[in-house]
Design a protein around this ligand. Structure first.
Ligand SMILES: [Zn+2]
Length: 94
């Protein structure tokens, strides 16, 4: 089982969380067209590498977290609150 260190609640079991998607996907502008939205919703790389993901702590603080997890080993390298993660990005990538 995956153990996730929530910055607010401490180390918790994966069952308390819900995966909320790829944190690297950037939503296209409203006039981006069907192809851009199709790619945003459905097309993902399936890499064996570090990956940024959104996880919601549904069984705890209910905060949305950005987690950097290795997709092969499931090791977690970093966890931070979504507000902190989004404020560090350029406005177009929020
Ligand atoms: Zn929490």
């Amino acid at each position: 089982m995956l153990r996730i260190p929530c910055p607010w609640c401490g180390l918790r079991d994966e069952i308390e969380f819900r995966y909320r998607g790829d944190a690297t996907a950037i939503r296209p502008a409203g006039d981006g067209g069907v192809d851009a939205f199709f790619s945003y919703v459905y097309e993902r790389d399936n890499r064996r590498d570090w990956h940024l993901e959104w996880w919601l702590h549904t069984g705890g603080c209910r905060r949305l977290l950005e987690i950097e997890r290795h997709t092969l080993t499931h090791e977690i390298r970093s966890v931070r609150d979504s507000a902190e993660a989004l404020s560090a990005r350029p406005a177009a990538a929020r």
